[in-house]
Design a binder for this molecule. Structure first.
Ligand code: KG4
Length: 340
């Protein structure tokens, strides 16, 4: 089934064309992402109204490029799928309405995908030998979410734990803002962390109880803010690299430990990560190391499938279609995920 997928939940306009079938021999024919980083960078974060206007300008050129890269036209598309939520409603509406309109004109089925389902299944875009079998434990760690799920099959996900305040990516972005490192903060913080010593500053790890699978990162962010304030009051130069390394390690320690705890609690042998923060090389390395020690399989999608992309939405939308779920032209977008 030639599937056109669209993702516009936040600040990336993305489109992909996939050749999908029930024998799980998926092929990503194209995967185009148009980022709005430059537009939002000067505001230090995403401006929702600007984001939706940019999506309107970008949607057709991005879809056009994805079709051209795949060597197909709209006439060849059998299924169209788009992110229905969660995210910024104005942004979501651009991609979702575009998809519904194409489906209506072409008289083809359309599915609306939960963005989180995309991240949970992104690992299945990898080559067969790099994919886990069901069931598996998945950590979705992005700018808007930090949640653990039991993934039982392509359409059955059970929430195991989630953040009670900031998402891990949000914490990276806020710490970057404190240190004047620009937006988005994750990649810059992690790059600077490579030149720092993670043992120099002890930032707190929030465990929320021995068996809890929930997360909390707002205390960590406040602790970094307090440290920065103290340095400024004492007129000590900020050890930026050490702050980045120590902060990054505090986030990773919690993510890794709770992911392994989740797998143990549900009795899964395989662990998967997804979402923008899953592109962090230290997190990937340390999760792999801890999984190996615990005798668990660890599966990490390539970075292009960690950050927001439409290929993962295409796969999730295809599974939804095969499970019998399609949307009507009057189906609305949603800002909060029913999965979370
Ligand atoms: O999944 P994503 O592209 O968008 C959503 O939030 O849905 O994730 C973006 C988040 C941002 O907070 C960004 O700072 C973070 O992922 N991020 C990283 C890295 N790359 C992106 N955080 C830590 N290390 C990275 N290498």
């Amino acid at each position: 089934m030639i599937t056109l997928a669209i993702e516009s939940s936040c600040d990336d306009t993305a489109a992909a064309v996939l050749d999908l079938n029930l024998s799980h021999r998926h092929r990503v024919l194209s995967n185009v992402v148009s980022s709005q980083f430059d537009i939002h960078a000067r505001f230090g974060g995403i401006v929702p109204e600007l984001a939706s206007r940019c999506h309107i300008e970008a949607i057709w050129p991005v879809v056009h490029e994805a079709l051209a890269d795949a060597g197909v036209s709209l006439q060849d598309i059998d299924l169209i799928t788009a992110t229905q939520g969660p995210g910024l409603v104005g942004s979501l509406l651009v991609g979702f309405t575009f998809a519904k309109a194409v489906a209506l004109v072409r008289q083809i089925p359309c599915t609306g995908v939960d963005h989180l389902a995309g991240h949970l299944l992104a690992i299945l875009l990898e080559k067969e030998e790099q994919r886990p079998a069901f069931p598996y434990t998945a950590l979705v760690v992005s700018g808007g979410n930090t949640s653990l799920f039991a993934v039982n099959n392509p359409t059955d996900f059970r929430l195991l734990g989630r953040t009670r305040d900031d998402a891990a990516g949000e914490a990276f972005d806020k710490v970057a803002k404190l240190l004047n490192l620009g937006y988005p903060g994750g990649p810059t913080v992690s790059k600077l962390a490579q030149q720092g010593d993670a043992k120099t500053i002890h930032f707190p790890r929030s465990w929320l109880g021995e068996k809890s699978l929930d997360f909390s990162f707002s205390g960590l962010k406040t602790s970094v803010a307090n440290y920065v304030n103290q340095c400024q009051q004492k007129k000590i130069p900020l050890p930026i690299e050490d702050i980045c390394a120590s902060f990054e390690q505090a986030v990773i320690d919690v993510l890794v430990k709770k992911t392994l705890l989740a797998a143990e609690q549900v009795g899964h042998q395989q662990v998967v990560i997804g979402g923008g923060v899953a592109a962090n090389s230290k997190l990937r390395k340390q999760l792999k190391g801890s999984c190996a020690e615990a005798g668990l399989g660890c599966f990490t999608p390539s970075p292009e499938y960690c950050t927001d992309n439409a290929a993962m939405i295409g796969l999730a939308g295809f599974f939804q279609f095969t499970a019998g779920s399609t949307v009507d032209p009057d189906t609305d977008a949603f800002s909060r995920s029913p999965l979370n």
